[in-house]
Design a protein around this ligand. Structure first.
Ligand code: GRF
Length: 215
């Protein structure tokens, strides 16, 4: 599977994906990392892992539409078959969405459908404000409605009484790094069925997500 990563920030999920590829647990080739900011840590991650990166900043284009048309050209040129949004902070426009139907994943730092919509660390802050006792992360397919596409995988973490946005985010991030490569591997190995907006994963592989004691 030719995988492109799109990122805007630090790049720790991009790094987890590239690490899984290097370990052989994700059988994909990362053919491009596309970034909408020239100062993103994700660009250093790409460099470190020998992945070609492209910076496509909003200010160099007349419109968001034009910016994403350029991204689409780059995706095509890299023979992209699948896209992982890894902290990509822009909403994908119909041109990219329609070219990759059910072929774009995102990771979000909450248990969707709770606390969708915001950019990290807003979802973690919202979870703390709401006083939930469990939070986590969600890998979902990307559709036109932000953070509302079919859910592929989730991991839960406890919310502790003394948690700050930073401590909760760090606990969630560990799970993001664990489940995102697993979910991508399900797609790389064709273990995913999508039926009326519901994702099911073959039971033999879906168990990889769970620790032994809760299976
Ligand atoms: C993560 O919390 C992810 O869930 C959210 O944005 C953050 C990206 O972090 N979509 P990183 O750039 O992968 O380190």
């Amino acid at each position: 599977m030719n995988l492109a990563i799109m990122a805007s920030g630090r790049g720790s999920n991009a790094e987890a994906i590239l690490h899984a590829v290097e370990q052989g647990t994700l059988t994909a080739r990362v053919t491009a990392l596309i970034c909408d900011r020239g100062d993103a840590g994700a660009l250093d991650v790409a460099y470190k892992h020998n992945v070609t990166s492209y910076v496509v900043p909003r200010e160099q284009f007349a419109s968001r539409q034009d910016q994403q048309e350029r991204m689409l050209e780059l995706l095509r040129a890299a023979n992209t078959e699948f896209i992982a949004l890894a902290g990509f902070n822009a909403i994908l426009r119909p041109s990219i969405l329609s070219e990759y139907p059910n072929r774009i994943l995102n990771i979000h730092p909450s248990l969707l459908p709770a606390f969708g919509g915001g950019i990290a660390p807003e979802p973690q802050a919202e979870a703390l404000r709401a006083g939930v006792k469990i939070s986590g992360c969600t890998v979902h397919l990307v559709t036109a409605i932000v953070d509302a596409g079919p859910i592929v995988a989730q991991a839960a973490v406890p919310v502790m009484a003394k948690d700050t946005v930073e401590s909760l985010s760090a606990r969630i991030l560990k799970q993001e790094h664990r489940i995102y490569p697993i979910a991508l591997q399900w797609f790389a190995t064709n273990h995913v069925t999508i039926n009326h907006g519901n994702v099911s994963v073959d039971s033999g592989v879906s168990q990889a997500l769970w620790p032994n004691n809760v299976r």
